[in-house]
Design a binder for this molecule. Structure first.
Ligand SMILES: [Zn+2]
Ligand SMILES: [Zn+2]
Length: 97
């Protein structure tokens, strides 16, 4: 992102998380990001994905967080989805973060 803003918002309607398509239900928090990449782009990230992303200190890119985590930790140890605690456990086992 070159320029843009990120903030936590309360959903005024239902959305889908741009990382994994998780539903973001009415009145749930989500991260709203509007920024200039190749074009002006909006990304919405659900809180579970956000927590895992924050736990993952390494590299990541909007819309590809899970792929990046897979690359860092290894395909075979990263399930389809995990919580922050599960992430921390796997990262510790793998001796990486
Ligand atoms: Zn998500
Ligand atoms: Zn990474």
């Amino acid at each position: 992102m070159v320029v843009g803003t990120t903030k936590i918002r309360v959903a005024r309607k239902c959305y889908r998380c741009d990382e994994r398509g998780h539903p973001i239900m009415l009145s749930e928090n989500y991260e709203y990001m509007y920024g200039l990449f190749e074009t002006w782009t909006t990304y919405r990230t659900c809180v579970p994905c956000l927590n895992v992303r924050n736990a993952h200190m390494g590299c990541w890119v909007y819309g590809r967080v899970w792929e990046d985590i897979r690359e860092c930790l290894g395909d075979e140890v990263v399930p389809e989805f995990m919580t922050k605690d599960e992430y921390n456990k796997i990262a510790e086992q793998e001796g990486r973060n």
